[in-house]
Design a protein around this ligand. Sequence first.
Ligand code: ADE
Length: 222
Amino acid sequence: MRIDIITLFPDYVEGFFSESILKRAREQKLVELVTHDLRDWAVDAYGAVDGHPYGGGAGMVLRCDVVVPAIEKVSKLNPDSSVILLTPQGQKYNQVVARELSKTKGMILVCGRYEGFDERIREYVDREISVGDYVLSGGELAAGVIIDSVVRLLPGALGDDFSSVEESFSTSTLEYPQYTRPEEYDGKKIPPILLSGHHAKIEAWRKEEATRRTKERRPDLS
Ligand code: ADE
């Protein structure tokens, strides 16, 4: 898969790729991650990418004659990729969307910044995604959320393919509780069933716990 990110802060975004699963996935060539500096499309020698809003008001707005040529150039290089604008006004992101995106050939993530972007930019993207009902200072962290959750679903990214199939949300239930050493900590013991060696019983217990937990914590999922 190929992921392009159009951003004013390429170094910041590159930072996400230098650790853990993303780093490994990139080294194993499971994913190609390419950042594009929006300032390369600035309208003047001072690197201007934004302007005052027509009609007045506070803050600056990202210019369409900067963002759209950037989208067009990167799209031309990657005709199989869909263009996704990160905005709190977009479709709410979840594991179902992550899974859907992980099956595509590529995506171009467009990060907004500052107080907003020119409305006309919307006409040049395929879809808009929000990572949650809160406002970030820019789309970069939202892009990081999407990239991380999509790349770990790519076959081979986790080393053990089972772990991403089994976990929360793939089946609309939360994960069962997990324990590791020590067997007792601060007077708290692990559930004895996990020491029984009885795999069928352990599996049944885990299923039950996952269902109970989902009902209790996230009734909206069950
Ligand atoms: N940009 C600012 N806030 C955002 C959000 N919640 N989701 C996606 N992009 C954003």
